[in-house]
Design a protein around this ligand. Structure first.
Ligand code: FE
Length: 211
């Protein structure tokens, strides 16, 4: 089976007003879908036709297939981004809260670091909270580059591509980062990822996760 467009884990208006339904409809229904369609078009009729998103990323990276890598990386990163957002306000707890205090001093300091690196990131990309060698770190990746197949364990990601905020915020990335980082980050998911100890798996089946 080819890879699928993972459903949003919430209704498309669930993150409003921080992220509008129109933004999510375009971002998920047009942008994320286009990456899925292009990855499937690139692998149709090849031995990668039924490969997982993770396997496509690894194969494309090793073959130097930039086009496939970009589309597969963007499929995975968007799935991880939807999971990184929550319609209900969450807070870091337990092991995650302790690790944030240990490595950043406070949650406010971590959010300030994510905001700063996210705002300073040149052009398109992603800003991540990740665990590496038992420490938390803020990491940036460019374009479709991903932490899906690396040594760092990604806990959260924020999309820095203009398509993530242009409808709601025009060119004001800092305003988008401010509301996303303070209001809708899914700290429960980050805690689960820290406890899991390895990278998240993009869903293989078109199963609705909506309650
Ligand atoms: Fe995006």
């Amino acid at each position: 089976m080819p890879i699928t467009l993972m459903p949003l884990p919430y209704a498309d208006d669930a993150l409003a007003p921080e992220i509008s339904a129109e933004t999510l409809q375009f971002h998920h229904g047009k942008h994320h879908k286009a990456y899925v369609d292009k990855a499937n078009a690139a692998t149709a009729g090849t031995d990668l036709e039924t490969a997982s998103v993770e396997d496509l990323i690894v194969a494309a990276r090793s073959k130097g297939d930039k086009k496939l890598f970009n589309n597969a990386g963007q499929v995975w990163n968007h799935g991880f981004y939807w999971k990184s957002l929550s319609p209900t306000k969450t807070q870091p707890t337990g092991e995650l809260a302790q690790a944030i205090d240990r490595d950043f001093g406070s949650l406010d300091a971590l959010i300030a670091e994510l905001a700063s690196q996210g705002a300073d990131h040149f052009a398109s990309g992603w800003v991540w909270l990740a665990a590496t060698d038992g420490k938390l770190a803020v990491v940036q990746t460019h374009d479709a580059e991903t932490l899906a197949d690396g040594v760092a364990n990604p806990l959260l990601v924020v999309d820095l591509w203009e398509h993530a905020y242009y409808i709601d915020r025009r060119n004001d990335r800092a305003a988008y980062l401010k509301v996303v980082l303070n209001q809708v980050l899914n700290w429960d998911f980050a805690g689960e990822r820290l406890a899991a100890g390895g990278a998240w798996t993009y869903p293989a089946e078109k199963v609705s996760e909506q309650a």
